[in-house]
Design a protein around this ligand. Structure first.
Ligand code: NAD
Length: 258
């Protein structure tokens, strides 16, 4: 059954990784998809098209408010507006605070936090007019707990969890919900870079670096998958989730239970 037929989902940063996984699961439920992200969008577009739903792509740089406004206008013009907004675009930089390049700090805050403010503020009026909407913010376990060397990322993700709560409260008496998903380690290009850095710094193999990365924080010693996160997003879009508002839902193999 296509539970999201007739809905349009915009997933930021959906040319790879978790964003593409979420777009895929929403498409499986019949949603029209608006893709966004860097790199060649052709493989992501083909993967979604194969599921038989309309696909649109806009390459807005999510660090730039004017380009975000253009993306939202594009979604309205090409796909009839955004019913499901998934704020997923994100980057990482790993360094101690005193060595952290200020321009990397600014980029992480802009892409991982401020972009969600801009898409959300532009999406709400049409969602209110339709009386229905779903806003899903891809935060992280780092929206709930800290890790050394990730000051900008942890600050942005804690900010995104706080933003999620405020939006949920402001919309509490509407048909629009806003929630955050907080994944632990998911094997995507963002994490591949951290496995490679760990292997290089420790003089160990990539396989050993992967085991060490998981063992340090994630009790299951297993990666979360983009498909699992996509299916949680589908659930958050369902009628059963209509009273889930302002949640920060960890999907983390037990990371924050420790
Ligand atoms: P990824 O690197 O595979 O994908 C990131 C996506 O964002 C790509 O499509 C990329 O093109 C896009 N992007 C990056 N900068 C952009 C910009 N300025 N404008 C537009 N698009 C941009 O990473 P991922 O692991 O899939 O991460 C997706 C989200 O999930 C991020 O917000 C990340 O913080 C979060 N997350 C990831 C993990 C993990 O373990 N991989 C864990 C928790 C949370």
């Amino acid at each position: 059954m296509h539970t999201l037929a007739g809905k349009t989902a915009l997933v930021t940063g959906s040319t790879s990784g978790i964003g593409l996984g979420i777009a895929t699961e929403l498409a499986r439920q019949g949603a029209t998809i608006v893709l966004n992200g860097f790199g060649d969008p052709a493989p992501a577009r083909a993967a979604i098209e194969a599921l038989g739903v309309p696909v649109h792509y806009h390459g807005a740089d999510m660090s730039k408010p004017a380009e975000i406004a253009d993306l939202m206008q594009f979604a309205a013009d090409s796909a009839g507006g955004v019913d499901i907004l998934v704020n997923n675009a994100g980057i990482q930089h790993v360094a101690a605070v005193e060595d952290f390049p200020p321009e990397r700090w600014d980029a992480i805050i802009a892409i991982n936090l401020s972009s969600a403010f801009h898409t959300t503020r532009l999406a709400i009026p049409a969602m209110k007019a339709r009386g229905w909407g779903r806003i899903v913010n891809l935060a992280s376990v780092h929206g709930l707990v800290g890790s050394a060397q990730k000051s900008a990322y942890v600050a942005a993700k804690h900010g995104l969890v706080g933003f999620t709560k405020v939006v949920a409260l402001e919309l509490a008496q509407t048909g629009i919900t806003c929630n955050a998903i907080c994944p632990g380690w998911v094997r995507t290009p963002l994490v591949e870079k951290q496995i490679e850095a760990r292997a290089e710094q420790g003089g160990i193999s990539l396989a050993q670096a992967q085991v060490a990365l998981l063992a340090e924080k994630q009790p299951s010693h297993d990666f979360v998958t983009p498909e699992q996160l996509g299916q949680l997003a589908v659930f958050l879009c369902s009628p059963a989730a209509a009273q889930i508002r302002g949640a920060a839902w960890n999907v983390d193999g037990g990371w924050v239970a420790q």
